[in-house]
Write a protein that binds this ligand. Structure first.
Ligand SMILES: Cc1cc2nc3c(=O)[nH]c(=O)nc-3n(C[C@H](O)[C@H](O)[C@H](O)COP(=O)(O)OP(=O)(O)OC[C@H]3O[C@@H](n4cnc5c(N)ncnc54)[C@H](O)[C@@H]3O)c2cc1C
Length: 394
């Protein structure tokens, strides 16, 4: 996105420079620290993704087949406890798939622990309460959920931002045409055009705050089916989240019915460290917004406003509307509850990967694959290029 950023984004980068904050031209380089323009995975102007890059090229392999609309209901086990397959519901019909060698569970941070619990792997008391027979008492399944809670600061600008063009049909048509003809422009970019990784105070040994700069402002609709529309004024937003939140939540079953959504209890801001990150991150955002280049284009902070005494608890620092906006960039990371079955986060000592550990649990054939980047630092470095993602197995 370098060289294509909006002038308001450039003002953000200039503000960081004015504050003598570090800068970087490569978030995947030697150091992640500093302000910069984000890299995105694109090919010929089209946003790329792991399906396009890894799955589709592998479709010609004889040992790969894809089943669509197949919703895993529970794992199947051999009498000795090994996972040998999965039962799915596909277009109203039950089907069982069996594996000769191994079963890889990769249903994401929420549904992986849900599927394990539906399969009888979890806390026996909690499973029993839902009428599920315990196959193995594994109280850690569903625990240890980690999520980056993001807070957004909305600003009214005294000059055009992308709110104007995104907010009008004519503007959208113009950007659409630009994209079709040149594969360039805002439609070829992320809304997070710039951002950075910062230490909110010098006491931190490495960056603890990730910032996102959007040259437009929008709220995440409460109704998930509603589309996002820009705010009805010329504005932009700066959001941030803690890089390594220490609050831990959990994923629990709502019922024994696989169609029921899992209960997500994130326990946001339940540690002093996470509260300190929100307060320090807020101060950092305001410092950047007060530096000459951004201050020159800001009419007002729209929300949150009148924070007042910053020693107060974040829940009281943010007005109700802003609390709703605490999660637009929510990133659910691994953590949801599989730490005791191995295959965990390589960057975290708490996540066992030792085969012996798995053997002890009798689940050697059942792997968990979630967000696993060798150098994942809590945020930032994408998994799109994780070579392990190329190891497609059936
Ligand atoms: C808003 C947001 C922004 C993010 N931004 C970034 C970023 O910039 N960079 C980055 O590296 N990461 C980012 N992440 C994180 C990244 O998207 C995830 O870490 C990653 O997608 C996890 O991959 P996964 O394969 O483990 O799970 P998922 O991508 O969640 O895939 C799980 C799949 O399993 C399917 N599934 C679930 N249950 C069942 C079932 N019972 N039967 C069959 N299929 C099932 C789901 O439909 C889904 O397709 C972001 C996440 C969010 C939410």
């Amino acid at each position: 996105m370098r060289g294509m950023t909006h002038p308001v984004t450039d003002a953000y980068l200039k503000s960081c420079e004015e504050l003598q904050l570090p800068s970087t031209t490569d978030f995947n380089g030697a150091s992640i620290e500093g302000a910069g323009v984000y890299d995105i995975n694109t090919r010929n102007g089209l946003r790329s993704h792991s399906s396009a890059e890894y799955l589709r090229p592998a479709l010609k392999r004889a040992n790969l087949s894809i089943e669509r609309r197949a919703i895993a209901q529970r794992l199947v086990f051999a009498p000795d406890g090994r996972a040998t397959g999965v039962e799915v519901l596909q277009d109203g019909a039950w089907r069982t798939f069996s594996a000769r060698r191994e079963v890889i569970v990769s249903a994401g941070a929420i549904d992986t622990p849900k599927l394990l619990q539906l399969s009888g792997l979890g806390d026996s008391e909690a499973l029993g309460a839902k009428g599920i027979e315990t196959r193995r008492h594994l109280p850690a399944v569903g625990e240890n959920l980690q999520d980056h809670l993001a807070a957004s600061f909305y600003y009214r600008a005294n000059r055009p931002t992308l709110n104007g063009v995104f907010g009008s049909l004519f503007g959208q048509a113009r950007l659409g045409l630009q994209y079709v003809l040149t594969r360039k422009g805002p439609f070829a970019m992320s809304v997070n055009q710039a951002g950075g990784f910062f230490r909110s105070t010098p006491a931190h040994e490495r960056p603890n705050i990730q910032l996102y700069f959007n040259p437009l402002s929008y709220r995440i609709p409460v109704d998930a089916s509603a589309s996002m529309v820009p705010e009805p004024y010329s504005g932009f937003l700066i959001a941030f989240n803690s890089c390594r939140p220490t609050s831990r939540g959990r994923i629990a079953l709502a019922s024994a019915d696989p169609a029921a959504a899992a209960l997500i209890q994130p326990n946001y801001l339940s540690t002093d460290l996470d509260i300190a990150d929100v307060i320090e991150g807020s101060r950092l955002v305001r410092r950047i917004a007060s530096a000459p280049s951004l201050a020159a284009i800001i009419d007002a902070e729209v929300s949150p406003v009148a924070i007042g005494d910053q020693r107060r608890k974040p829940a009281r620092l943010f007005p109700r509307q802003c609390q709703l906006d605490l999660s637009p960039l929510r990133q659910l990371h691994d953590g949801a509850g599989c730490k005791d079955i191995g295959g965990g986060h390589p960057a975290s000592g708490a996540w066992g990967r030792r085969p012996a550990h798995r053997r002890r649990l009798g689940l050697s054939q059942c792997h968990r694959r979630q967000y696993q980047c060798a150098d994942h630092d809590g945020c930032g470095k994408g998994c799109g290029d994780d070579p392990r993602r190329r190891g497609l197995r059936t």
